[in-house]
Design a protein around this ligand. Structure first.
Ligand code: SAM
Length: 251
């Protein structure tokens, strides 16, 4: 039986790929890629030649069977996404889940991921964190999500798009208030990498003053609810938090 390798690729800086990743991409029988053109360009940059076929969110379910068949026949394959770690807000979960069900070997290589890069440099607590992917695009759902996160005692990491950042910050200002610290990590590993920290209102101001800060790829981090806020709450607040937690658990 072959092995499915999960291979992270750079999130901006082309130097951020491991020797092992390059060797794996060169040695597997073929590479399943989110976007074949994008991956071919990357391979060309590293001087790697290999077969590449498409596995993206629209064909993953149907392609997974063919991939599993190849693995069962003895071919080892690699899975890559456009940037960073596959499966982290990228295709791959359906395939890996089915491989596990079939008892096939899956090996993930360590590598670039915007979540861990942002978290390691943001200066917020890293002992516990929650990754929320992208917030819902509909305003009402986004605010409901933020309401849930109001009492979160772990650092929260979210992916954000330049088109929505101002709306998200405005909602965060309304729901999380002025005391909650945020960090906006932008263009990580690239030329214009920036970390901005402050309340939602302060970040809104900074992004309005310098519209360049609204551009590019971004990760938003929300500081945990400070312990003093927790302990100084009246009983009403504590009960409300418990109720919120219970509601989250309900189907
Ligand atoms: N699989 C990727 C990873 O491991 O980070 C994430 C893919 S997700 C479709 C793309 C989102 O990740 C972007 O919209 C942005 O929120 C975040 N992201 C990716 N690269 C980034 C970078 N260089 N700087 C900041 N955020 C980045």
């Amino acid at each position: 039986q072959g092995i499915l390798y999960i291979v992270p690729t750079p999130i901006g800086n082309l130097g951020d790929i491991t020797e092992r990743a390059l060797k794996t991409l060169a040695e597997v029988a073929a590479i399943a890629a989110e976007d074949t053109r994008h991956t071919r360009k990357l391979m060309q940059h590293y001087g790697i030649q290999n077969d590449v076929f498409a596995l993206h969110e629209h064909n993953e379910s149907q392609r997974a069977d063919a991939v599993i068949e190849r693995l069962q026949q003895g071919d080892s394959l690699a899975l890559v996404s456009d940037a960073g770690t596959p499966l982290i807000n990228d295709p791959g979960y359906v395939l890996v889940h089915r491989c596990r069900e079939q008892g096939l070997k899956v090996i993930a290589l360590p590598g670039a991921c915007a979540v861990t890069v942002a978290l390691s440099a943001a200066g917020l607590p890293t002992d516990r964190f929650s990754f929320e992917g992208f917030f819902p695009s509909k305003p009402q759902q986004r605010r409901a999500k933020l309401e849930q996160l109001r009492t979160e005692t772990r650092t929260v990491v979210v992916y954000e798009s330049p088109h929505r950042i101002l709306h998200t910050l405005a909602d965060m200002d309304a729901v999380l208030g002025k005391a909650r610290k945020l960090v906006l990590a932008r263009e990580l590993t690239k030329q214009f990498e920036t970390y901005l920290s402050g309340s939602a209102a302060e970040l809104l101001q900074a992004l309005t003053d310098d519209t360049n800060q609204q551009r590019g790829e971004m990760v938003l981090l929300i500081a945990p609810l400070p312990p003093e806020t927790e302990s100084s709450d009246g009983p009403g607040e504590a009960a409300k938090r418990t109720l919120l937690l219970l509601l989250e658990e309900l189907p």
